[in-house]
Design a protein around this ligand. Structure first.
Ligand code: C2E
Ligand code: MG
Ligand code: MG
Ligand code: MG
Length: 296
């Protein structure tokens, strides 16, 4: 009867609700376990920077290395940023982690400039939370101090920010970026083209380079719409005095098309994936000795 039906429905609803809550708890428990593990990981030196080269497409030389963080987890093995960066942001660990990355990368670029490649620049990825207005000790202040202490010269280091940061950026954020540039730190715009109002913000903010997002590079071939788009981005950026990196170059064809399109730099598995510092040095040696073999 109707009562029984209602009772059954209520019971089902309750158990669903119960099930849902239990699921949520497990998720937030997992999250807080992860956050604690991250805190411990800093103390235990479980983080490691990997480096992926950026190639000048005209001279075919290595001009930059992007630092990409990895976590050598004692049980899980090598962990990638998408598995922990968000938790680090939510747990407030991203500040400490960001400072560690900054120091580590700075030390590495100084060594490489002496011993490997006098021109090389290191690129670091920043999180939007590094630029939050509410921060008591703003990241950019600490980074500028660290850079000053280590006697940073010109163009040794750049910080990559995302379009969304620039889009939501207050006058305050823009001021921070200006201060970083005044301290000889370049600013790059990552994943360009994935957010909406890119163009207006490019004009408003001084940046040194932008990275065409790899979703545009992925489908590049001779007559694709994406090639037209990439060409337009490159011409526009150059008009504004901004350099361009094509990210996610995986094939010789993509490489050649970006070279023909006058794109300044290329990055992607076609040249090399992210490597440990030692592997990067060995790869760099080989790459400098023998030019890239291109089919045609
Ligand atoms: P991103 O800055 O856009 O970095 C490029 C990502 O694409 C890297 O993944 C890189 O390994 C990958 N990649 C490079 N070439 C290719 C290619 O040819 N094909 C494909 N399919 N992928 C390619 P990764 O290292 O997993 O980093 C992912 C994202 O995590 C980065 O995107 C960046 O936003 C963030 N991230 C990485 N390291 C850090 C860090 O130290 N701090 C912060 N805040 N974020 C970081
Ligand atoms: Mg990046
Ligand atoms: Mg990117
Ligand atoms: Mg990306």
């Amino acid at each position: 009867n109707a009562d029984q039906a209602m009772y059954a429905a209520k019971a089902a609803g309750r158990s669903k609700l119960h099930f849902f809550t239990a699921g949520m708890q497990t998720l937030s428990q997992k999250r807080s376990r992860l956050i604690n593990a991250l805190r411990e990981a800093i103390r235990q030196h479980q983080f490691q920077l990997y480096y992926q080269p950026v190639i000048d497409l005209e001279s075919m030389t290595v001009v930059k290395a992007e630092a990409l963080i990895r976590w050598n987890h004692p049980d899980e093995g090598l962990m990638f940023p998408h598995q922990f960066i968000q938790a680090a942001e939510q747990g407030g660990i991203i500040q400490e982690l960001g400072d560690w990355i900054f120091r580590e990368a700075l030390q590495q670029v100084k060594q490489w400039r002496k011993q490997l490649n006098p021109q090389i620049q290191i690129c670091i990825n920043a999180s939007p939370s590094h630029f939050e207005d509410s921060a008591q000790s703003p990241a950019h202040d600490r980074w500028i101090a660290i850079a000053r202490e280590s006697g940073l010269n010109n163009a040794e280091l750049s910080i990559e920010i995302t379009e969304s940061l620039l889009m939501e950026s207050s006058a305050d954020t823009q001021q921070k970026l200006v201060q970083l540039r005044d301290a000889n730190i370049q600013i790059g715009l990552d994943d360009f083209g994935t957010s909406f109002s890119s163009l207006a913000h490019l004009r408003r903010m001084d940046i040194d380079y932008l990275k065409i997002d790899r979703t545009f590079v992925r489908n590049l071939h001779g007559d694709s719409d994406d090639l037209v788009l990439c060409n337009a981005i490159i011409v526009m950026a150059h008009t504004l005095g901004i350099k361009v990196i094509a990210e996610g170059i995986e094939t010789a064809e993509q490489h050649t098309l970006m070279q023909q399109a006058n794109c300044d730099y290329g990055q992607g598995f076609f040249y090399a994936s992210a490597m440990t510092a030692r592997q990067f040095e060995q790869w760099h040696q080989k790459f400098s000795e023998q030019p890239l073999l291109l089919p045609n």
